[in-house]
Design a protein around this ligand. Structure first.
Ligand code: GRF
Length: 212
């Protein structure tokens, strides 16, 4: 049994997609051991409590990032977490955090990285005028939205899209991509060559999945 630790700051829809995927057996032999938020009022933390999961709020309270992260790492370790999943966690991780979980922290970002890292990725895509955007699940390293890519799903930008409609279309694909990426990583059937995630699975895993 592998133990997931979820970090979130807000709504928590990706967390719920992961929890649902575990419940229906799509992510096999795993549980969510702890859900941590840096914001007490995050809807995601209330949803986690409602599902009977263990939760912890670790606020910054003016502390340095490394101090807050040390508390989070201790909490993850207390709960035996094997894989950390950032799900709308709006704080950069300290180098100590990244070092504590080497190649064992995932993040989801609402663009096809390396395009449009950082905040408001959907608005950035609209402003730039791209015809295709999407979402990326990647390992977390010390740079923002930068680590090795596990899986991407593409989404068309349609005429008349605004930030809301485009974000909703991307979010639907996020909820498919994140459970699938977690399942692949937990299987251990991959190696990382340079920056590339290389599947060793017998089935045909692709890095970019076409949205249907
Ligand atoms: C998602 O768009 C995710 O890609 C980004 O933050 C948002 C979180 O949404 N990192 P939710 O809290 O999972 O609903």
């Amino acid at each position: 049994m592998k133990h997931l630790g979820i970090l979130l700051s807000g709504r928590g829809s990706n967390f719920l997609a992961i929890a649902d995927a575990i419940d229906r057996g799509q992510i096999e032999d795993a549980d969510i051991s702890i859900v941590i938020s840096n914001r007490a009022e995050a809807a995601g933390i209330a949803a986690a409590r409602a599902r009977g999961l263990s939760t912890q709020v670790v606020e910054a309270r003016g502390r340095k990032r490394a101090e807050q992260d040390a508390e989070i790492i201790a909490c993850l370790q207390d709960h035996g977490v094997d894989l950390v999943c950032l799900a709308g966690y709006m704080r950069l991780l300290s180098p100590e955090f990244v070092a504590a979980y080497p190649q064992a922290i995932l993040n989801i970002h609402p663009s096809l990285l390396p395009a449009f890292p950082g905040l408001d990725a959907q608005a950035q895509a609209l402003q730039y005028g791209v015809a295709v955007t999407g979402c990326t699940v990647h390992f977390v390293d010390e740079q923002l939205d930068h680590g090795v890519i596990v899986l991407q799903r593409a989404v068309p930008v349609l005429q008349g899209d605004d930030e809301e409609t485009l974000s909703a279309r991307i979010l639907e694909q996020e909820h498919i991509a994140y459970p699938e990426a977690i399942s692949r990583v937990l299987s251990g059937n991959y190696t990382i060559v340079d920056r590339r995630y290389v599947s060793r699975a017998s089935h045909n895993e692709t890095l970019i999945e076409e949205s249907k």
